[in-house]
Ligand binder design. Structure first.
Ligand code: SF4
Length: 948
């Protein structure tokens, strides 16, 4: 077929077009940057790019104003006045790096855990994690703990993958798409494009979300659920499917642990664990011979139900029987959950019926012979065209881990994982839990001037892998992987400042952060966090967190609290690597990664943070960064991306490897790799053969492909874990039956939250406050035009959101006499804010909400002190405490999911009352002085000289 002729969408406006990757949000679209006379003239979407295929959102095109923002930092800074005073002195890079090396070197020699190194929403975690490991501190993580670790942890522990970066709906074939909670804030353009495809094909889109904005506004059906109850709704759908026997039994037998026998021996250390043979293979019940045989026994017809006696005399049942008994309980009937969820019983029943109808009556068959891991040949792929998507809306609750497990269980029960029309894995996923590391950070894992013995983050397989000392005390500053949050797979960045300030579990000497606006929108209890950063130890007169190094490109609120500021470049001035070792941009049909490169040279005394980190690594003589004599192994980040190898032949980029660039995945480092990426539009894509595209978890051809590409060294098929044994091990510890035994203080919550089958419980914060005193929920959403506070200084995006009213449901407005533009006091158990309100009808009746990260601290981001963001914008964060309210025994635990440590932003309960009119939102913190910004005009215009 003749390729369709391309129509130029815009008149040529540039001398040159440079293709790179957008970084105005985390989605990583391809962009063409038009440059004329050395300046950016225009940014458009790259139509050849696999992520966005030319689509560009408002943020992406406004990258031009991000690049030229007056808020850009312009040189390294050393604090010379008190913290928060904004008194800084510009210093040279040599002075800045020497100071950093002095602070870091002392800590490394003395006690490496006294460095806490945490990064925000950067895209270089494979480098930063490696650096922290070589440094030897146990205290490293990125932002995932307050973002969406519940999605990642629940997904990996259940199906070996997760939504967004690890998988996507089959947009081309799905006939019913159900989206839970706030989800559009990740994978922005691909979801827009996907929904457009659904609309064109007439596929149905159902949105379950307390608020009908964004994608929910174009859904065919909107279910305005009460926040924090999605898990209960999902389990009720499961109840209906089980009752109607509308599940895919073949799929369960073939791909899940539904047949595995679970030991039924209450009061013993193995109760609830899988029965295994001497080699550790799970046992199943073979129904023809009525024998107990190891999983995988040829020709076995295995049972999904029935109580059997094991050779040792104990009894066992298939895990599916436990599952069915649990969810067939009438407490999950639609009528029983309607009041709690705020969703009518007939709506739940209708949703379940529609899921079952589409899955089983609109089955798809794609003719393509393929072979499964048992060697069985299939003539094609059977598809159940129901797909789901969810992100932070489910994740940011303290029951989010189990809610997400419930959603994956629902997908598995109808056989809709990695099939045509369902949710599909994106390489290098799926990956079984066994292919992930356990966390490192116990006392024996680190020591003076020594690298950590393994990666910081991972998945404990049981309480024996917790990072606690012999007394059960946490060894990490954020208390991740302790009894507080045993499976904190992404760390708990939101607890670092509070714990370091309290010296609990120990004080740190240096806090080193990158791209994390912790003095404002990235922390719970914002005003409290600022105080912690400012507070001094009475005895020593030193700050309680003695040294803070902060790297950022812009004058954000956090800058004023740093002692040493390392100015980063903009995303158009540096190399970056969107790596398969990190957070990939693959599609279900293709392996993909990408780069950024300096399409413009910095005009200020700034350096790319990743290059600075490499430099610090060399100066500190860290293995992997220095030759041992202080000489750097890498010239800069580009050099590292090309030459660093994690395993022989496996580096940060998968494309154009081998001496001549002819290899993909595995291969020698290629000197010209960076040029090849740039020539190719800054990305690499390798298609997965059709025989390997579906059922990747059990597809021989895909597993071979994954080994060839270097994802694994041997095939790593995944068996979906409906029943999660690792969770049961924690429950046994909580019962005192397994070593190490859980502390008394944590037993009850472990018994509640670590159910090996998905469970729903009322979010912890909500359950602990007086619900009549705080009768409403309050949540935030990320607007389509602003990614966190990243657009705070962007002259174009600011015009879309300069203030954020609190949206209040119509009936509450009527009751309180509130109308648009009125003001209200909103209070929680922790604090009180005064805000402007707006009436809204398309919202759950007990839910107030606002856009996040619009409110600004006066004096920051090089904005005028009286900008609307600082006068009328506000943060809900002031109402949320990083700790739960005190329990009866006085203990205050982190306001997080008790399994993963995910920050529970969305558990907030509030009271609202009418207030006198403005003029400013409260709390209105005094303006913070900042380093002198670049001179900027009072009216910001751009490109006038080209307009003629
Ligand atoms: S969705 Fe994100 S990455 Fe894509 S163009 Fe918009 S801002 Fe850029």
């Amino acid at each position: 077929m003749k390729p369709r002729e391309r129509v130029a969408l815009s008149r040529p406006v540039a001398d040159e077009v440079r293709k790179t990757t957008c970084y105005m949000c985390a989605c990583r679209c391809g962009i063409n940057v038009h440059i004329k006379d050395g300046k950016i003239r225009y940014i458009e979407g790259n139509r050849d790019h696999p992520v966005n295929k030319g689509v560009l959102c408002a943020k992406g095109s406004a990258g031009i104003m991000q690049h030229y923002a007056p808020a850009r930092l312009r040189a390294p800074l050393k604090r010379v006045g008190p913290r928060g005073s904004g008194q800084f002195q510009e210093i040279s890079w040599e002075e800045a790096l020497s100071l950093a090396v002095e602070w870091l070197g002392t800590v490394r020699a003395d006690d490496p855990k006294k460095l806490a190194f945490f990064t925000g929403r950067d895209q270089s975690q494979s480098l930063t994690g490696f650096w922290a490991q070589q440094f030897g501190t146990p205290n490293y993580a990125a932002h995932g703990g307050f973002c969406s670790v519940n999605m990642a942890a629940a997904g990996i522990m259940t199906i070996g993958g997760a939504f967004w970066e690890f998988g996507a709906p089959d947009w081309e074939r799905t006939k019913l798409f159900v989206m839970f909670g706030v989800a559009e804030d990740h994978d922005s353009n691909p979801i827009k494009m996907g929904i457009a495809k659904l609309k064109k094909r007439g596929a149905r889109f159902v949105s379950v979300n307390p608020i009908r904005t964004g994608y929910s506004a174009v859904a065919d059906n909107w279910i305005g659920i009460r926040p924090g109850t999605d898990g209960l709704l999902i389990l009720s759908v499961v109840h209906e499917l089980l009752k109607a026997r509308r599940i895919d039994v073949d799929y369960l037998v073939r791909y899940t642990n539904a047949t595995w026998l679970v030991i039924d021996a209450p009061g013993t250390a193995e109760h609830g664990l899988f029965a295994r043979d001497g080699e550790g293979k799970p046992l199943v019940h073979e129904t023809v011979t009525e024998q107990i045989v190891p999983l995988g026994t040829k020709g076995a017809r295995v049972a999904l139900s029935g109580r059997v006696q094991l050779d040792d005399g104990r009894f066992a049942v298939p895990s599916f029987q436990l599952l069915a008994e649990k969810y067939l309980d009438e407490k999950y009937a639609p009528e029983a959950v309607a009041a709690e969820t705020g969703v009518k019983a007939e709506t739940i029943r209708g949703l379940a019926a529609e899921i079952a109808r589409v899955a089983f009556e609109e089955e798809i068959f794609v003719e393509q012979p393929w072979t499964d891991m048992n060697g069985q040949r299939h003539q094609g792929y059977v598809g159940r065209p129901v797909s789901f998507h969810a992100m932070r809306g489910l994740s940011a609750h303290s029951n989010g881990f189990q809610t997400t497990r419930a959603l994956h269980m629902l997908q598995v029960l109808i056989g809709a994982i990695d099939c045509p029309g369902g949710f599909r894995f994106e390489p290098p996923y799926p990956k079984p839990l066994s292919a992930h590391p356990t966390p490192h950070g116990k006392a024996e894992h680190f020591g003076s001037n020594t690298p950590l013995s393994g990666p910081h983050l991972g998945f404990p397989r049981g309480p024996e892998d917790l990072l606690v000392d012999s007394q059960g005390r946490p060894t990490r500053i954020d208390k991740a992987f302790s009894w507080d949050a045993p499976i904190a797979a992404h760390g708990m960045m939101h607890m670092v400042i509070a714990n370091a300030h309290a010296g609990d579990p120990y004080p740190v000497d240096v806090l080193f952060m990158y791209m994390a606006n912790m003095a404002w929108n990235s922390s719970m209890n914002t005003a409290g966090t600022i105080k912690m950063l400012e507070e001094k130890d009475e005895a020593t007169g030193e700050y309680r967190i003695p040294k803070i190094i902060y790297a950022d490109a812009y004058a954000s609120e956090m800058v004023a609290y740093a002692d040493l500021v390392l100015p980063d470049t903009t995303y158009l001035e540096r190399y970056d690597c969107i790596s398969l070792l990190d957070r990939p941009i693959s599609e279900p049909d293709a392996v993909q990664d990408a780069i950024r490169w300096p399409v413009l040279e910095p005009d200020r005394d700034v350096r790319a943070f990743q290059t600075v980190l490499l430099d610090l690594g060399a100066r500190l003589n860290l293995p992997g960064f220095s030759d041992g004599h202080g000489r750097a192994l890498y010239k800069d980040y580009a050099d590292y991306i090309v030459r660093h190898e994690r395993r022989p032949g496996i580096g940060p980029l998968a494309g154009f490897r081998g001496l001549n660039g002819e290899r993909a995945g595995r291969g020698a480092a290629n000197r010209r790799q960076m040029e090849r990426y740039i020539e190719n539009g800054s990305f690499f894509s390798a298609h997965i053969p059709m025989e390997a595209q579906f059922f990747k978890h059990a597809n021989q051809a895909y597993q071979d492909f994954a080994v060839r590409m270097g994802f694994f060294d041997t095939p790593q098929p995944v068996t979906f874990q409906l029943y999660q044994e690792a969770l049961q091990k924690f429950r046994l510890s909580a019962e005192g039956l397994r070593e190490p035994v859980a502390p008394e203080t944590h037993r009850e919550r472990i018994m509640q939250a670590f159910d090996p089958l998905p469970v729903w419980y009322r979010p912890l914060g909500e359950a602990m406050v007086d619900r009549s005193a705080y009768p409403y929920h309050a949540v935030t959403q990320r607007p389509a035009a602003m990614y966190h506070s990243w657009g705070s200084m962007n002259a174009w995006l600011r015009q879309i959101h300069t203030r954020n009213p609190l949206y209040v449901p119509g009936p509450i407005c009527d009751e309180l006499g509130l109308k648009d533009g009125d003001w209200a006091w909103v209070s929680s158990h922790h604090g009180r804010i005064k805000v402007e309100v707006a009436r809204m009808e398309a919202v759950n009746a007990s839910t107030l909400w606002t856009w996040n990260a619009i409110g600004k601290r006066a004096g920051t981001w090089a904005l005028d002190r009286n900008v609307p963001e600082a006068r009328k914008g506000f943060l809900l964060n002031h109402l949320i405490h990083e700790l739960l309210p005190p329990r009866e025994d006085g203990l205050r635990l982190s306001n997080s999911d008790p399994v993963t440590g995910q920050a529970a932003w969305y558990d907030l309960r509030v009271h609202i009352e009418k207030a006198e009119v403005g003029p400013v939102s409260e709390p209105h913190l005094p303006p913070v002085a900042q380093p002198e910004p670049e001179p900027h005009p009072t009216e910001l215009r751009y490109g006038q000289e080209w307009a003629q």
